[in-house]
Design a protein around this ligand. Sequence first.
Ligand code: 13P
Length: 260
Amino acid sequence: MSPERPMLVAGNWKMNTSLDEALVLAAGVGNLTVSGIETAICPPFPWLVPVARAGREHGWQIVVGAQDCSAHGNGAYTGETSAAMLQPWCGMALAGHSERRRYHHESDALIGEKVRSIAGAGMIPVLCIGETQEERDADQTETVLERQLGGAFRAAQGADLNKLVVAYEPVWAIGTGQAATVQDAAAATAFIRGWLRQHATSLVGTTRILYGGSVTPDNAAGLFAQPDVDGALVGGASLKAADFNRIREAAAALATREIS
Ligand code: 13P
């Protein structure tokens, strides 16, 4: 593992947990320090402040992240939350999760603007990309990744992306129990690294590429062993502290691996 690219295991809780459940889950993660890697949890918006406060009180070595962030600075955007509002509590925010692309029709340009806002506030932007089953069946995976990366990068132009994380989350693998094979995950993440090398050369060494989609304690180690997989974005398995912690430990076991 590169010192400038430590493994990152991030839990996306999506729209799950009550406040009490969120605090118990966060404690289950925060009370176990796993060194050599970075850990993040992304609770629902209303729990960001109580979870972040608990983390500070107990000295948890975890990053609190938001599941989304407005592209706008402030103003008449009912229901949205700006990067400046998140920044006191969060060290990270997701942009372009497939569920937001699907249910909220977010475009690559909007997602790139969100990445710009997140980075501008000094937080880690996690740009989520990935193809649908239909696109995969039509052999369009690389075309889709290229379009999503290109569109987001164009819109984020000028932003300082030195903390950027790209999460490769094939839509067909999300919540289905059917993770990508290690070969497929390796191929897609290598493609993303190649794209960065060509189009964002200065970021190729620092950008962490995560795999997401039905990651479990049982398949994590195999995925993490792939040279361009720098961690995971975990949905369902992040809702059980014991499972999530086993995934963190699988990443830590590889923390000494060589840089690709
Ligand atoms: P699952 O791990 O539940 O498949 O979800 C993945 C995901 O969407 C994380 O953002």
